[in-house]
Design a protein around this ligand. Structure first.
Ligand code: NAD
Ligand code: IPM
Ligand code: MN
Length: 367
């Protein structure tokens, strides 16, 4: 059988730096586990704009549609702040999500024991945390029409529209319930049904879909309360289901429960392809971190854990994903820290490459 194919879009800022470590990990699985991928690379975001004048070339979009999975680093940066909105780096990422129809964005937040002391919250609040945010990714206010900046009565008006069809809510809800069935069978759905009609529909449809999952306990929460509960008592949650914008914000919030935004991976999944694998893109939750880009300081773990999610969700290699996650857990337990994971006690942080070295060594030890 042909090797599975991967398209790497490293992007901007720290994207290429963290992706270099993922490439070494991919190489390790080829050498040591006979798990070989056909890897191709292309440009996205500001890097694509610099080369082609657009944040995603049509050829790159076509390649993304054709491969078994896409791995993306990060896009954006101050250099591109003044570009026309239509060619901003972030538009490249949003085009990939929309055209690949990646409606289910899985954002796990897990607190590794070794980092429980490091979270900005009390250790008891986060130790042992393991939650999964399912963020709807292809609709809502990110894509709703009408949108734009218009002149009305000699004044500029900025417009975005929150819009959800019941089919869009239903498929995101099914993704969340299916995941909950493999976890602790609890879903908390978050919206603002108290102030938004789209929230009322969201709550109705999620409740209807729940009828097919009688074993799963379903609760509903207003998203603002959800943000508060996430920092008050995050372990009350198993799967959180929410829309595109609330999911963006709640997942950054959840990142700090794990110690650093540099720890949070994600999988964006769509419909099954002809070969049975879901359309998929894997990317860290963090961005291009312009404040530390080019300095070798970035934590590569979020991007490496995103590759672990690819092993699990695209390639049915759950035990190899476990191996990679265990290697990361081990290096953290041994005290390996990039700068973002340094506590007030200080010490010398590892560089991005040194963290990669440590994880590769732990993988070798796992054999
Ligand atoms: P950011 O996630 O890039 O950075 C926020 C903070 O977290 C910064 O202080 C940064 O140094 C730190 N950080 C992030 N990732 C880290 C890592 N791996 N290791 C160590 N520290 C890390 O968010 P921002 O500053 O709001 O956005 C910067 C740019 O990135 C913007 O152009 C934004 O649109 C873009 N962005 C892209 C993505 C993506 O590509 N998926 C996600 C979020 C933001
Ligand atoms: C994320 C990012 C993106 C989003 C941006 C860069 C388009 O913040 O993946 O969390 O808002 O979805
Ligand atoms: Mn975000």
């Amino acid at each position: 059988m042909a090797n599975p194919s991967l398209l790497i879009l490293a992007g901007d800022g720290i994207g290429p730096e963290v992706m270099d470590e993922v490439k070494r990990i991919i190489g390790w699985f080829g050498d040591k586990r006979d798990l070989t991928f056909d890897v191709s690379e292309d440009l996205v975001g500001g890097a694509a704009y610099d080369a082609h004048g657009v944040p995603l070339h049509d050829d790159t979009m076509a390649k993304a549609q054709d491969v078994d999975a896409v791995l993306l680093g990060a896009v954006g940066g101050p250099k591109y702040d003044d570009l026309d909105f239509s060619v901003k780096p972030e538009r490249g990422l949003l085009r990939l999500r929309k055209e690949m129809d990646l409606f289910a964005n899985l954002r796990p937040a897990q607190c590794f024991d070794a980092l429980a002391d490091f979270s900005s919250l009390k250790k008891d609040v986060v130790a042992g945390l393991d939650i999964m945010i399912v963020r709807e990714l292809t609709s809502g206010v990110y894509f709703g029409e009408p949108r734009g900046i218009h002149i009305e009565d000699n004044m500029r008006v900025g417009i975005n529209t929150q819009r959800y069809t019941e089919a869009e809510i239903e498929r995101a809800a099914r993704a969340a319930f299916d995941l909950a069935m493999k976890r602790n069978k609890k879903v908390c759905s978050m919206e603002k049904a108290n102030v938004m009609e789209s929230g009322i529909l969201w709550r109705d449809v999620v409740t209807e879909v729940h009828a097919d999952y009688p074993e799963v306990e379903l609760s509903h929460m207003y998203a603002d309360n959800g943000a508060m509960q996430l920092v008050r008592a995050p372990k009350q949650f198993d799967v959180i289901l929410t829309d595109n914008l609330f999911g963006d914000i709640l997942s950054d919030c959840a990142a700090m429960l794990t110690g650093s935004l540099g720890m949070l991976p994600s999988a964006s999944l769509g419909l099954p392809m002809a070969n049975g694998r879901p359309k998929a893109m894997y990317e860290p939750v963090h961005g291009s971190a312009p404040d530390i880009a080019g300095q070798g300081k970035a934590n590569p773990i979020a991007c490496i854990l995103s590759f672990a999610m690819a092993l699990r969700y695209s390639f049915d290699e759950g035990s190899e994903a476990d191996r990679l996650e265990a290697a990361i857990e081990k290096v953290l337990a041994d005290g390996a820290r990039t700068a973002d994971l340094m506590g007030p006690e200080g010490g010398t942080p590892l560089s991005t490459t040194q963290m990669g070295d440590a994880i590769l060594a732990a993988l070798d030890e796992s054999l």
